[in-house]
Design a protein around this ligand. Structure first.
Ligand SMILES: Nc1ncnc2c1ncn2[C@@H]1O[C@H](COP(=O)(O)OP(=O)(O)OP(=O)(O)O)[C@@H](O)[C@H]1O
Ligand SMILES: O=P(O)(O)OC[C@H]1O[C@H](OP(=O)(O)OP(=O)(O)O)[C@H](O)[C@@H]1O
Ligand SMILES: [Mg+2]
Length: 287
């Protein structure tokens, strides 16, 4: 452990949709994670951090109160909590939308919610959304399985997290209105707090994981005649590395490219005459 700085205290979801991907990302960033889902605290002495496994909904509260330095939670949960915490980094997993829904064919609109009952586990988020539009609905606060609320007669509409839409469809519901918000997992920290020691290193590591997941390394050989055209196809993160091959007139080029574009770029490079085009994963990086 870095003896010269206090341990950075990090809140991590202990269950639910964000729990596994959050632990996987931290592991990929080189941190020790719990091996048993009953473990509530894990000290990673070598890296000077301590992980607290908490309900995703409670994480913004601990961070907002300043009892923990940073936390991983959903943007929707952060806003719903009203806690004094802000987003520091988007983590690229746990994407979802927060939407209104009602029984298929009910032709509801946001305006028609006036005077109706809306069931949700995110009352803070929904209350603010409706108040901003001058709509007065009665919020029915539920803990989960909100999609059943209409069928069971406690609500006329719901507002809930939608990922694939399967749960909604199976409950005979359809979306209406614009998305209330889009969400994903975010790293949060207390609003206006002094930067905690060790945060910069955590951010560099997590950003490194994001880049390593999003990019691959592309290598190829190309003749001098086509070098400019090839480099234009793979301009790299900053610039491609070009080195001379032992064969006169030929160059080896190395550049980072977006993983999802790699196949198309290989086709384009082949067209301009590049050969021996290789793609490799990036295991870790600091840019
Ligand atoms: N398919 C999904 N289902 C539920 N939440 C998801 C999904 N995808 C992403 N999320 C995000 O996960 C967070 C909610 O976490 P989760 O549903 O796991 O907590 P919870 O509802 O409080 O716990 P639990 O469901 O275990 O009672 C929100 O930020 C939500 O946007
Ligand atoms: O669009 P989908 O892919 O179907 O996913 C969305 C569903 O998943 C979540 O439920 P969760 O499993 O967290 O249960 P809960 O309702 O009890 O929180 C969310 O509340 C929706 O019900
Ligand atoms: Mg849930």
């Amino acid at each position: 452990m870095k003896a010269d700085r206090p341990v950075l205290r990090i809140a991590v979801p202990n269950k639910g949709a964000l729990s596994e991907p959050a632990a996987a990302m931290l592991r990929e960033a080189g941190y020790a994670q719990r091996t048993d889902s009953k473990e509530l605290v894990r000290l990673d002495e070598a890296n000077g951090v301590e992980f607290f496994y908490l309900r995703p909904r409670d994480i913004a509260v601990y961070v907002g109160e300043g009892t923990l330095d940073v936390g991983i939670t959903g943007r929707d949960l952060l806003l719903d909590s009203g806690a004094a915490a802000t987003e520091q980094l988007s983590l690229g997993f746990g994407a979802s939308r927060f939407r209104f829904a009602a029984p298929v064919g009910s032709a509801l609109t946001e305006q028609k919610l006036d005077g109706l009952r809306v069931a949700t586990s995110f009352p803070g988020l929904v209350q603010k959304h409706l108040a901003d539009r001058g709509i007065q609905a009665r919020l029915i606060k539920l803990d989960g399985a909100v999609e059943s609320a209409i069928r069971l007669g406690v609500a006329d509409a719901i507002a809930d997290v939608v990922e694939t839409g399967t749960t909604l469809r199976q409950a005979g519901l359809e979306l209406f209105g614009d998305p209330i918000m889009t969400s994903e997992a975010v790293l949060i920290r207390r609003e206006g707090s002094e930067e905690p020691a060790g945060l910069e290193q955590l951010l560099r590591r997590l950003s490194g994981v994001l880049v390593a997941r999003d990019y691959v390394m592309m290598d190829y050989d190309v003749h001098a005649d086509a070098l400019d055209a090839a480099c234009a196809i793979t301009p790299g993160y900053e610039a491609p590395t070009v080195s001379a091959l032992a064969q006169p007139g030929w160059h080896a080029v190395r550049a980072m490219v977006r993983r999802r574009e790699a196949q198309q770029l290989m086709d384009d490079l082949w067209e301009v005459g590049a050969r021996a085009i290789l793609v490799t994963d990036i295991a870790a990086c600091r840019l």
